[in-house]
Design a protein around this ligand. Structure first.
Ligand SMILES: Cc1ncc(COP(=O)(O)O)c(C=O)c1O
Length: 347
């Protein structure tokens, strides 16, 4: 019997190494990794610049803590700022931690700028923002919250892409933030409607509410843009990142406009590991690659080709959706059966 807790339903395969888009198991099997570690290894496995950066940094210093200046953190923050909206960053270790920090920033905003009157965060049904207590609270899915209720009272949920419900829910009295993914990953690669997003942005501007966009999955080139908000011609006030940010080295980040970022002062939030030199070295190598000439264009081209291929080769009952290389297939088959059959294919 394993000494591990049983909180994962795992497939019966174990990988020993990876190279580019392939994973290899301990029985000589070779697999196409379409899951990329749940949208993490966007540059593929054993990507030389990341491997080199991690190896070299590991030989210098892996960790020092945020009690001291970390030069690589500053370099990385500068690069992400330049690639996004002018802002400041906080580094952590995962998507849930990034969203947890964003929620704390929103609460600080409500407590300071709106003098404690505003504390509610509106999020979307079928969203996924993480499994810590606060992030589970904004994740409006019964199956995720089951067994852990009651959730914190500041959560308010609306149907995704429903403008009427949005207008009904927003209140000058208590709404401090609206939080959403631009493609609901767990919700079935469901894209946001542009009109819905524009209305959220308009309401947030008009009523001084923070717009938090969770780009944990959609960010870092997945959709063919560096960040998915670029597809819609709007900017969030806060964006959360993780997954592909360091191609597999655990890291998360909160990117915020000055009006929210300035609320994190010494002692308000922190992380022992967040943005340590090892993670930053990997993340800088990732950023440099994704900012190189033609990278995002290649994602768009590959995404188009893959979508065409899937549309032409899957049964008609399958619906192919998504943007760039964030692609989902709605099938009439049970997902578990699809994965189990795919695992039997050897390349
Ligand atoms: C959109 C989104 N937000 C947050 C998370 C949580 O990230 P983590 O598992 O790193 O805590 C995920 C994870 O799948 C995600 O897809």
């Amino acid at each position: 019997m394993s000494s591990l807790m049983k909180n994962y339903g795992r497939f019966n395969v174990s990988f020993t190494h990876g190279e580019k888009a392939f994973l290899y198991d301990n029985n000589g099997g070779k697999y196409y990794d379409f899951a990329s570690g749940i949208s993490v290894t966007n540059l593929g496995h054993n990507f030389p610049p990341v491997t080199k950066a991690v190896s070299e940094q590991a030989q210098k210093v892996i960790h020092t803590s945020n009690l001291y200046e970390i030069e690589l953190q500053k370099i990385l923050a500068e690069k992400i700022s330049k690639a996004s909206f002018a802002s400041q960053l906080f580094f952590c270790n995962s998507g849930a931690e990034a969203n947890e920090a964003a929620i704390k920033l929103a609460r600080l905003y409500g407590n300071t700028v709106h003098h404690g009157k505003r504390y509610k965060i509106i999020s979307m049904y079928n969203s996924f923002h993480g499994r810590t207590y606060a992030t589970m609270g904004v994740t409006a899915q019964e199956k995720i919250q089951k067994g852990f209720t009651p959730m914190p009272a500041y959560n308010q949920y609306i149907p995704f892409n429903n403008i009427d419900a949005l207008k009904d829910a927003v209140s000058l009295n208590d709404t401090c933030a609206i939080m959403l993914e631009l493609f609901q990953g767990e919700g079935g690669v469901m894209p946001v409607d542009i009109e819905f997003l524009k209305e959220i942005r308009r309401i947030c501007d008009e009523q001084d509410i923070l717009l938090i966009i969770d780009e944990v999955q959609t960010g870092y080139g997945r959709t063919g843009c560096m960040f998915a908000y670029e597809l819609y011609g709007i900017e969030p006030d806060i964006m959360t990142l993780s997954k592909a940010i360091a191609n597999g080295v655990p890291m998360g980040a909160v990117v915020a406009k000055e009006k929210a970022a300035c609320l994190f002062t010494a002692g308000t939030h922190g992380s022992t590991f967040g943005g340590n030199p090892l993670a930053c070295a990997a993340a800088i190598a990732v950023m440099d690659e994704m900012q190189s000439d033609g990278f995002l264009q290649r994602v768009q081209e590959k995404g188009k080709k893959l979508k065409e291929y899937l549309k032409n080769n899957l049964p008609e009952s399958c619906i192919v959706k998504g943007e760039g290389l964030l692609i989902g297939v709605k099938t009439p088959f049970a997902p578990k059966d699809v994965v189990e059959n795919a695992l039997k294919i050897n390349f």
